[in-house]
Design a protein around this ligand. Structure first.
Ligand code: ZN
Length: 157
């Protein structure tokens, strides 16, 4: 039986919780399982590490501190920008928008100054994952060349 290791393709159902509040921040429940090529930085580092050696049908629950999840919160990533830079978009607190340097969240809007946060929403958070391995297979040569998994739940092209 193939176990999860580098150069395999894992198919998993997962639920991610914030252990402090028990809030579910992401889950594959009700969707296709997630498919990913192991060992190619497709996932946050701890997620792959904790699944190494798991086989089809296995369930694992683990806790990831920020260093192995989305990293620490960086105070400098919170910035103030003038409203006119948003053009036709009216920023509202809670919105996630895209910029040239990646996505950011709108924190607040005061007068003509918008406070934005480039930290990932889960930066600085400890995360708990509960994962069920639906399938594990060897990656194809094409997948290894592309650096991602192909098929439903992965990349379709
Ligand atoms: Zn591809």
């Amino acid at each position: 039986m193939t176990a999860i290791e580098k150069d395999t393709v894992a198919k998993v159902h997962y639920t991610g919780r914030l252990p402090e509040t028990d809030e579910v921040f992401d889950s594959s429940e009700g969707r296709d399982p997630l498919l990913f090529l192991v060992g190619y930085n497709q996932m946050i580092p701890g997620f792959e590490d904790e699944l190494i050696g798991a086989v089809k049908g296995e369930r694992r629950t683990f806790t990831l501190e920020p260093e192995r999840a989305y990293g620490p919160r960086i105070p400098e990533a919170v910035q103030q920008v003038p409203l006119q830079m948003f053009g036709e978009i009216t920023p509202e607190p809670g919105m996630t928008l895209m910029s040239d340097v990646g996505p950011f969240n709108v924190v607040s809007l005061e007068d003509d100054v918008v406070t934005v946060d480039f930290n990932h929403k889960l930066a600085g958070q400890t995360l708990e994952f509960s994962v069920e391995v639906v399938d594990v297979r060897e990656a194809t040569a094409e997948e290894l060349e592309h650096g991602h998994a192909h098929g439903p739940g992965g990349v379709n092209h």
